[in-house]
Design a protein around this ligand. Structure first.
Ligand SMILES: [Zn+2]
Length: 133
């Protein structure tokens, strides 16, 4: 697991405060939108148990609780389109939206992964990234 993947998991597991964590990632000199976006996309898709259409209550709940204005373009897209369609549209937005996109996806993953850890993974699991220190 790379440094970025580890940071994202530590944020999702509340081992790094969310605001501190988002800054660690976005303000990093190594920040690369495309790389970060792809990792978060795959993490979110993996964390949603329903692989047929990725519909999940925790995903929907996560979107409406993103700590940004619900009127921001990335959040409107997330609310309006299905998971895969939304990700495609987000990847095509301009650079001025990058920070908002990453904060939104980090938040969604934190919620969907927490839900998974509290249900499916509750009695122990083989996900090595759920067992990081
Ligand atoms: Zn797990």
């Amino acid at each position: 697991m790379g440094k970025l993947e580890k940071q994202i998991n530590l944020i999702a597991q509340n081992k790094i405060d969310f605001d501190e964590g988002q800054n660690l990632i976005i303000k990093s000199l190594e920040f690369d939108f495309n790389v970060t976006f792809e990792i978060l996309k795959n993490f979110i898709l993996n964390s949603i148990p329903n692989k047929s259409n990725y519909f999940s209550d925790s995903y929907q709940k996560a979107i409406i609780s993103i700590p940004l204005k619900q009127t921001f373009t990335p959040i409107i897209i997330l609310n309006k389109f299905s998971v895969k369609d939304a990700f495609k549209r987000l990847s095509e937005l301009s650079e001025s939206e990058y920070e908002k996109i990453i904060i939104s996806l980090l938040w969604i993953f934190k919620i969907t992964d927490t839900e998974r850890r509290q249900t499916e993974c509750k009695n122990g699991c083989e996900h090595y990234w759920h067992n990081i220190k």
